[in-house]
Design a protein around this ligand. Structure first.
Ligand SMILES: [Zn+2]
Length: 182
């Protein structure tokens, strides 16, 4: 039986932040949290905060959760947004959640998790697009980016692959890259 699932809308701001932080730290894993709103049928990710220099610690203490709680507390005094999930990158793959990722999602209490896969590329072969519910595209001719979203449903203890919606992909495809300054 097909289960009900939300989709996820990613704003341009969020997209830029999660890709930039994943490429910046490439070959290491980037991670951070997603800010936005959770509705009945969809998530809206308005912004992302990356945790620079932070190491994800596995096992006893879940650092993202502690930070997320602190950020949530702060945000409640600043905006109507809340921490709706987290994101992290897999440099050179794999394009799936690891066992630890899965247990993190289950225990973080956030439910939503975005995975960014950054792989070295030789040549851009297509524009930014949605493929199999994921965002795929290139940064110049250098990196291939794949963005996947997952939701953990506590009620039935299941992990879903979410459909991503991103209205700003068209805009990205129209951008003219800046020529290198001499
Ligand atoms: Zn992972």
């Amino acid at each position: 039986m097909e289960e009900f699932r939300r989709n996820l809308t990613i704003t341009e701001k969020t997209l830029v932040e999660i890709i930039a932080s994943s490429v910046e730290i490439y070959k290491k894993e980037a991670f951070g949290i997603l800010l936005g709103e959770k509705h009945k049928k969809h998530y809206m990710a308005y912004d992302a905060i990356s945790f620079l220099s932070a190491k994800r610690s596995y096992g006893f203490v879940n650092v993202p959760t502690i930070r997320a709680n602190r950020v949530n507390y702060t945000l409640s005094y600043l905006t109507k947004f809340r921490v709706i999930g987290d994101f992290h990158s897999h440099p050179e793959g794999p394009d799936k959640l690891s066992g630890l990722d899965k247990s993190d999602i289950k225990h973080s209490g956030l439910g939503l998790s975005i995975l960014i896969i950054v792989t070295k590329a030789k040549k851009k072969t297509h524009n930014w697009k949605i493929e199999d519910n994921n965002i795929v595209g290139f940064i110049g001719n250098k990196y291939h980016i794949k963005i996947m979203a997952f939701e953990y449903n506590k009620k039935n203890n299941k992990l879903f692959h979410l459909k991503i919606v991103c209205p700003s992909l068209k805009k990205l495809n129209k951008l003219q890259p800046i020529k290198k300054q001499r």
